[in-house]
Design a protein. Structure first.
Length: 576
């Protein structure tokens, strides 16, 4: 039932994540304005030397219809788009927006009454202070006019192919679109920053390098989205065009390199094959260093190399997870499943950058939605992995202080606590109790069911003894079939007798862990200490050993009388 409830809780959590995903998708789709590129025509200026007057004077046959989603690989060329603007309501402000992230330079030319041209500009190659309108995407204000007119749009971008979607928006629609987009992106980055903080806290808590690598991976994912969506150029580095232009490629490569580093840590590759681990290290190093080469070249081969590296890294990451899982690394398989959302969504922006797919909501924001699922999922998997490994480390550290079979404290711990209790008893004038409990029929249990049944009986006995004492008392296994109980003082003879009776009764209770015809027969010897009447218990050094020695002698004397289950030392014994 508990497992069923756990699956229901996980399903509810996944429904919340899916709902957020669909809401974000719906916000972006609903925000799309009218597309005016259906009647547009274009011309490619191969040398990017023509001005607007020369382009406007070209014969109409040189312009070709612009198909929806058509992609252009420009490199050093310029794309001129002729747009027919319909009559606009002069009572409202109108804008022309180019829906394509990370364009090098975009210029809009509108005719003036004197025959000249009004020029507006934007793009990653320009500081934000030189943009006609400060925004994360190129946006231009249209001059109010009641008559149709022709405007010219000049686009340059290298080396990523472009497929600009040009929309005509009034002021109300533009503001609503900006608000929806900024709210959605703000929620995404806030959520990502929260997950990053939790991951770093886990790195400190568990001292696990996998969380450090995860933190670097998440930081690069957020930085990539900041640069790719235009928020970096708008808010973080508005006057640094070189950084604005190169940051998408930089963080794409660093994201990929950090993912390989993360997989090396979480899959423990070095434990299985050091040579393969070094190879993955070199593969990751390539991603950290290649941005320098890409930014210097900025050509088509460099772009193809970048995306080939990222694509092959995705396949390599899944292969590493599968291989490590087959080697016995249990959580490697779960990590591979956690990476799937990004591995499956990354091809959309990659194919857009290569000119295979047009720019749209899916190709521009698929990676955002994939990371929205992947980032918390990986954190949950890492948390489960770290918790299990931490429990194992705790068990290893506790081997010297606990009994491996029963989980009770070891004899040295009992001795330390008993010596301290005796010092306090002498100082404050009270007494504490010590009990020695023997599983007297342990040999019979071994003969009936073998060593496995004998060990199970010891575990059951330890569990029952732990239940009858208080939290401040100590139960320890001191020999193969004997347990010692230290009862913190002040204690008296009556309470010690009640506890001994309770111990014997607990042993006789039936349990499904033992055969129905067998029970635990426990013998108990009790002692109140310090007891001046007992010789040999007056010193301080070795008090714990002397107490246990006296109790063992009392237990040996009980062995001759099978009918007796409880013996009290150091005072007249009550009838049992």
């Amino acid at each position: 039932m508990a497992e069923h409830d756990g699956w229901r809780a996980r399903w509810r959590a996944w429904r919340v994540v899916l709902g957020v995903w669909l809401a974000v998708c719906g916000a972006w789709v609903h925000a799309a304005g009218p597309d005016i590129t259906r009647g547009a025509r274009y011309w490619i200026d191969a040398y990017a030397q023509a001005d607007v007057s020369a382009v406007a004077s070209l014969p109409g046959r040189m312009f070709e219809p612009l198909a929806p989603g058509q992609t252009f690989s420009l490199d050093d060329a310029a794309l001129w788009v002729r747009l027919e603007i319909p009559p606009l309501d002069g009572a409202r402000r109108w804008y022309l927006q180019v829906d394509f992230n990370a364009l090098d330079r975009v210029e809009l030319y509108q005719p003036r009454a004197d025959g000249g041209w009004n020029q507006q500009q934007a793009g990653d190659r320009l500081p934000l202070s030189q943009w006609s309108l400060r925004d994360r995407l190129p946006v231009f204000r249209l001059d109010p006019a009641g008559q149709p007119r022709t405007v010219w749009l000049r686009v340059m971008n290298r080396p990523v192919p472009v497929s600009p979607e040009i929309t005509l928006l009034d002021e109300d629609r533009r503001d609503a679109r900006r608000v929806r987009t900024f709210v959605a992106l703000g929620a995404y980055f806030g959520f990502g920053a929260l997950v990053l903080f939790i991951g770093l806290v886990h790195a400190r808590l568990y001292a696990d390098r996998a969380f450090v690598a995860y933190g670097v991976y998440v930081a690069n994912m957020l930085a990539l989205q900041v640069s790719f969506t235009g928020l970096g150029g708008l808010l973080l580095w508005p006057e640094w065009p070189a950084g604005n232009n190169g940051s998408p490629a930089l963080f794409t490569l660093w994201l990929t390199a950090s993912s390989i580093w993360f997989l090396r840590e979480v899959c423990a590759v070095s434990r299985f094959h050091r040579g393969f681990d070094r190879l993955l290290g070199l593969w990751s190093l390539f991603g950290w260093l290649y941005p320098v080469v890409y930014i210097l070249l900025l050509n088509r081969p460099a772009l193809v190399t970048l995306h080939a590296y990222v694509f092959l890294s995705g396949l390599l990451g899944l292969a590493v997870c599968f291989w490590a899982w087959r080697q016995g690394e249990r959580y490697a398989g779960w990590v591979g499943l956690g990476l799937l959302p990004v591995v499956l969504t990354f091809p959309f922006p990659a194919l857009r950058n290569l000119g295979v797919l047009p720019a749209n909501v899916l190709t521009q924001y698929a990676l955002v939605l994939g990371s929205l699922v992947e980032i918390p999922l990986l954190l949950y998997i890492l948390h489960r992995r770290a918790r299990d490994y931490s429990e194992n480390r705790v068990r290893l550290r506790s081997i010297d202080s606990t009994d491996p079979l029963t989980g009770l404290v070891a004899s040295p711990v009992l001795g330390l606590r008993l010596r301290d209790a005796l010092r306090r008893a002498r100082r404050y004038g009270h007494r504490c109790g010590v009990l020695l409990v023997e599983l007297s029929n342990h040999g019979e249990l071994v003969e009936a069911g073998g060593r496995e049944l004998g060990e199970r009986a010891l575990v059951v006995a330890a569990s029952r003894l732990s239940r009858v004492v208080r939290d401040i008392d100590t139960v320890s296994r001191v020999s193969e079939r004997c347990f010692a109980i230290h009862v913190e003082g002040p204690s008296d003879a009556a309470s010690l007798a009640d506890l001994a009776t309770h111990v014997v009764a607990k042993g006789l209770a039936r349990t499904p862990l033992l055969p129905p015809d067998l029970s635990l027969r426990l013998r108990v010897v009790t002692l109140l200490v310090p007891d001046p009447a007992l010789a040999g218990l007056e010193g301080e050094e070795g008090d714990d050993e002397r107490c246990l020695a006296v109790l063992r002698k009392g237990l040996e004397r009980m062995a001759a009388d099978d009918r007796r289950a409880i013996r009290h030392l150091g005072r007249p014994e009550p009838t049992v």
